[in-house]
Design a protein around this ligand. Sequence first.
Ligand code: ADP
Length: 363
Amino acid sequence: MTEAAVRAALARVIDPEIRRPITELDMVGDVQVDGARASVTIKLTIVGCPAADRIERDVREAVATAGIDELDLTITVMTPEERRALTERLQGGRTRTMPFTRESLTRVIAVTSGKGGVGKSTVTANLAVALAARGLSVGLVDADVFGFSIPAILGIPDAKPTRVGEMILPPVAQGVKVISIGMFVEGQAAVSWRGPMLHRTIQQFLTDVYFGDLDVLLLDLPPGTGDVAISVGQLLPHAEVLVVTTPQAAAAEVAERSGIAARQTGQQVIGIVENMAGLVQPDGSILELFGSGGGDELSRRLAVPVLARIPLSVPLRAGGDEGRPVVLSTPTDAAASAISHLAEQLARRGRGLAGRSLGVSPA
Ligand code: ADP
């Protein structure tokens, strides 16, 4: 066996957090090969790296498949210089600038609602998973300060991001890179931050979190038109916005305000998601628990289409409680297929400029 063969085998080991081959991340140190015996040094990015066990296992497997019978594996940690060089390289040499600019190829979609409890987080989490299942690279920022529920819905209620220098590596759940305000507070502590603190946090999520090259970045906004929505509007004026509402006609008015607030920052409202639509009962009849017409009413008010009507669904609700998104666990469920269809429409739709405010105002 040659050193080159062993290094080639190591190139198949992917760092589970950064999602790149460890050879590209300068995590492979010394490699010596003597016949079917090899000694290899792996340099983890940080002490206590949560992915250490997995990396070690994958390295042992990869080296064995390269024909090495006896491996002397040394696991160390990068020096601060090595870590700095790596984070700079991963961030493309940029020093703390926001990658999700108007020019970037990542589509940014913010999901908002007029009030809480309409299923915004449930829809956003499932939409992210459905987009990832279509092969897209998806990031999800849970910016719902009051109800940060995304990690639980995706089955990672206790996950914490890993810090590498100034870079924050987001946990990955169901193929989606997730960062949540909930990951930065202890237990179930309430977040009672004022505007500037919230702004800095959102800015940090968008700047210091290493998402890599994303096709889509989804943001789960808090309901209404508060500080977070304003910050996101300032930081991501080119974001597309989905407004989630229920069929209850009275809810349309309050949801309209969130859409209007988004537009005022230059964001483009691309459509409405009507959630909690009629429940199909065992006898085939439809129970309209929340009435009907809310989606259409909002569509009329904001002059954008209803992109999806998601019925009330027990599997959708249970999937959220259990951390198993319904689009994966029960794809045949009517709510799951409505969300998958929404993902399909969004994936097909290019990042258009039509209807987008240019952000200029008369002098
Ligand atoms: P929001 O983010 O708007 O506050 P959530 O996503 O937290 O709302 O949803 C509120 C509750 O409603 C959750 O318990 C969720 O499981 C449930 N839910 C959301 N959408 C549906 C649906 N279509 N059918 C049944 N339950 C739903």
